[in-house]
Design a protein around this ligand. Structure first.
Ligand code: SAH
Length: 359
């Protein structure tokens, strides 16, 4: 394990902060900050920042830590071109990042923490608990390194990888601003989705910031009894409290929310569950004459060996979607990308953690 120094995490600095660092700590003129920021956002190592003098490059190496993730493993789907990276971080921890190719551009799915402490029963990311939060540098670093390796622009980001983004609130909010900088990656808020298991106080806090990102809520069950069985967070904030926060979020931001619903055979996929889901969404989000658009993403559960959950059959999934549509709720069934490379997040890191402990 490498010791983490007290060096400056230069890639976590906003352009203005970088300017202060460059002038005050490095004793260099302001314009150098722009050059350095541009190099950093292209994934250029300190030692390879060619237009800087050797002396300055050395000074940066002495005073700064390089938190750029390193590719440990890369899998490419032969079926649809989805690319999955296992990235190694400065302290030896690993995270996963996935790039999906759509007609409208490349979308990267990034991790927000090393592990996760939310404990959702179907999810591979949470099995070993949370190890630590990712720094803004490690969040943007996933996008930078994926883009550099692909040699193609990444235009959209989804925060749906390992970890709970709202459990790493400040670093995530800083990252959202950093990645939007025009002189850097220039991926604006409107091209970013953030998915949460429902940390209600942080949803209110996010709404206050009024960022035009898309918020996705991992709902997975319409009633407290079922939801608490599969998502421990529900014991803290129940379905109604969560939907109340969603209503507030929409009222403040006017941004469409989407709901994720993982279909697990015999657990949450019956017609009765679909009826309850439609009733609770319409009742909590639209009953006051609101016209809030509601979109539910149905995801057949990815079978993780530890959970024992089984995916619902295709007919069951279609019937579930049809019922929601009948009640005025848009429902789409998520296409599985990268099925040959186990593209669902958490599984590759688990394999690497298990292999390391077995060694
Ligand atoms: N912590 C955040 C984001 C990470 S998970 C959240 O909970 O939203 C991204 C999405 O994948 C969530 O909707 C999550 O519930 C879902 N997910 C996790 N494991 C899954 C599995 N085995 N099968 C299907 N969906 C899963």
């Amino acid at each position: 394990m490498i010791n983490i120094s007290k060096k400056t995490d230069i890639l976590s600095l906003m352009p203005k902060e970088l300017e202060v660092f460059v002038t005050e700590e490095l004793g260099e003129p302001k314009y150098r900050a722009k050059q350095i920021f541009s190099f950093l956002c292209k994934g250029v190592a300190f030692s390879e920042m060619s237009s800087l003098s050797k002396g300055l490059r050395q000074k940066i190496e002495e005073k700064c830590e390089d938190r750029m993730p390193i590719i440990e493993k890369k899998l490419v789907s032969a079926i649809d071109g989805t690319v999955k990276y296992l990235f190694r971080l400065i302290d030896g921890n690993c995270i996963e990042t996935v790039v999906m190719k759509y007609n409208h551009g490349n979308t990267v799915c990034i991790s927000s923490q090393v592990g996760c402490r939310m404990g959702c029963r179907f999810c591979a990311s949470t099995i070993g608990g949370k190890v630590r939060d990712l720094e803004p540098s490690e969040l943007i670093g996933q996008v930078i390194m994926a883009q550099k390796d692909m040699g193609e622009r990444i235009s959209n980001i989804v925060m749906m990888g390992i970890g709970e983004p709202l459990d790493n609130f400040d670093n995530v909010v800083k990252f959202l601003a950093l990645v939007g900088c025009e002189s850097g990656l220039n991926i604006g808020y409107r091209h970013i989705s953030l998915s949460t298991c429902g940390i209600v106080d942080k949803i209110y806090k996010l709404a206050e910031l009024d960022l035009p990102i898309t918020l996705s809520i991992s709902l997975h069950a319409p009633d407290d009894e079922t939801r608490s069985q599969i998502m421990p967070i529900n014991n803290k904030w129940g379905v109604k409290e969560l939907l109340c926060a969603c209503r507030d979020y929409y009222a403040k931001t006017k941004r469409r929310l989407s709901f994720e619903y993982t279909l697990i055979s015999g657990k949450n996929d019956s017609q009765k569950n679909a009826e309850n889901l439609a009733s609770v969404l319409n009742g909590e989000l639209r009953s006051r004459g609101d016209t809030m658009p509601i979109h539910v993403n149905l995801i057949p559960v990815n079978e993780v060996k530890e959970s024992g959950f089984v995916r619902s059959g295709d007919a069951q999934i279609k019937a579930f979607a049809a019922h929601l549509e009948k009640r005025g709720i848009r429902a789409t069934i998520r296409r599985k990308l990268g099925p040959d490379i186990n593209a669902s997040c958490g599984q590759l890191r688990r394999e690497s953690v298990e292999n390391n402990t077995e060694r």
